[in-house]
Design a binder for this molecule. Structure first.
Ligand SMILES: *[C@@H]1O[C@H](CO)[C@@H](O)[C@H](O)[C@H]1NC(C)=O
Ligand SMILES: *[C@@H]1O[C@H](CO)[C@@H](O)[C@H](O)[C@H]1NC(C)=O
Ligand SMILES: *[C@@H]1O[C@H](CO)[C@@H](O)[C@H](O)[C@H]1NC(C)=O
Length: 405
């Protein structure tokens, strides 16, 4: 066990320093024992700290200490987001994690994330301001397990319970609650009139009372990438510095094909026949590709990835190296090492997508959540969705038309 409390107050101090405009170099206490051979560039780390500072300003009215207020005893009642098998891709998991976190905060339970699948999550992400690392609970404790990812009927029952009953009281008979879900339970939870006495303590404004709006704040509170991710992402972001020390524009493309030779086991997605050509045409015509810009590509198809890297020259296009895997459909296909390398690439890609100046994405939870982390510019800055053609997304009110793309 390490002293999270002091770590937490240390990071508070860091944020305070930002507020009074002091730049500080961050030495994270937990990294000291690690051996790093690569000299750290601190590009991603600095951006993460800047982002957190902006989020704290943006959500200055929110009772953030309530979000961070973790029951200190590991005997406290708990809620764990659990993902030990089939629980969706990274987009689904983020929906489940952030939902479960807010459930834990409002029911004053300790929150944990248990995700050893397909590779231990803590290899890539570590707690930032809230220590969610799982522990083994004693066996005599009472528990409730809820698994809604593959059970639409149960997902619906839980949704109704969370939106219109005092479920916190109903659940109080259990010590530990384990939840596997890919649902948005934040939006119904905050609207539940049976628990408004608790919800009002958070002081979240009505227009922010939804998962998409709160996601950027919750994500940064929970997660910080490990050195492995930081190094991989920094190797890529350093290429944006040109010889005159100014920063090139980062144009990001996420292309999700669905079932393809790289993802033989994935579901078939429709209307993807011309996605690659449509997007490349759009990039060439509508965006400025020159010596002041770089293209980043991530795709679930090795062929598409190669095709795009080959179309541009090497100092114009880049991607994170590593095997392309679907983190939820891996079991018999890949070696344990490939599963870890693939998960590392997924998390690293997710961080790069949060740094883009322009982003073109398909209908995908993965890039949708990533786009919401673009707080250093504006999450809607040059944001485009591929849905049988390219559409510009200009604000929160925009709804993706599920049925046509
Ligand atoms: C913030 O939340 C805490 C509980 O964690 C509560 O005691 C306090 O009254 C809240 N502050 C405001 C201003 O509502
Ligand atoms: C760097 O500056 C020089 C001199 O102003 C200019 O000719 C060159 O194009 C610049 N390079 C880039 C990548 O902007
Ligand atoms: C791309 O440029 C064309 C031609 O200028 C324009 O008609 C179209 O609306 C642009 N597309 C988007 C999505 O902005």
């Amino acid at each position: 066990m390490y002293a999270m409390r002091s770590l937490r107050s240390y990071r508070f101090l860091v944020i305070l320093c930002f507020i009074v405009g002091i730049s500080v170099v961050i030495y994270r206490p937990r990294s000291i024992s690690r051996i790093t051979t690569v000299k750290s560039l601190n590009i991603l780390s600095n951006n993460i700290d800047k982002r957190l500072h902006l989020l704290y300003q943006h959500f200055a009215h929110v009772n953030i200490s309530m979000l961070l207020d973790r029951p200190s005893s590991n005997r406290s009642p708990s809620i764990t987001y659990r993902c030990r098998e089939i629980c969706g891709g990274w987009g689904d998991r983020l929906r489940g994690i952030t939902s479960t976190f807010i459930l834990a905060v409002l029911s004053r339970r300790r929150f944990y994330i248990d995700m050893p699948y397909p590779c231990e999550l803590t290899k890539f992400l570590e707690p930032n301001l809230y220590d969610w690392q799982p522990i083994e609970h004693e066996s005599h404790r009472t528990h409730l397990s809820i698994e809604t990812t593959r059970n639409i009927q149960l997902a619906d029952i839980i949704y109704k319970k969370i939106s219109s009953t005092n479920f916190i009281q109903d659940w109080s008979q259990y010590d530990d609650i384990y939840i596997t879900t890919n649902s948005d339970y934040i939006t119904p939870l905050l609207a539940n009139r049976h628990i408004q006495n608790l919800v009002s303590l958070l002081n979240i404004l009505p227009h922010e009372s939804s998962q998409p709006r709160l996601f950027p704040l919750i994500y940064e509170i929970l997660f910080r990438p490990t050195n492995q991710v930081i190094n991989l992402v920094d190797q890529l972001l350093i290429k944006l510095n040109d010889e005159n020390n100014s920063k090139k524009q980062l144009i990001c493309i996420h292309i999700r094909m669905g079932k393809n030779p790289t993802m033989a086991n994935d579901k078939k997605l429709i209307y993807r026949d011309t996605i690659v050509d449509d997007i490349l045409q759009f990039v060439d015509k509508n965006l400025t590709i020159n010596k002041n810009s770089m293209i980043f590509i991530t795709s679930d198809s090795t062929d598409v990835n190669k095709y795009i890297l080959n179309k541009y020259n090497t100092n114009q296009a880049m991607s994170i190296p590593g095997p392309i895997i679907h983190i939820d459909r891996t079991s018999s296909f890949y070696s344990p090492n490939e599963q870890c390398q693939g998960f590392l690439k997924v998390i690293s890609d997710f961080y790069v997508l949060g740094e883009c100046d322009a982003l073109i994405m398909p209908r995908s939870g993965f890039s949708d959540w990533a786009s919401r982390r673009r707080y250093l510019t504006n999450q809607f800055n040059q944001l485009y969705l591929y849905c049988r053609g390219i559409h510009q997304i200009t604000g929160h009110q925009w709804r993706r038309p599920h049925t046509i793309c």
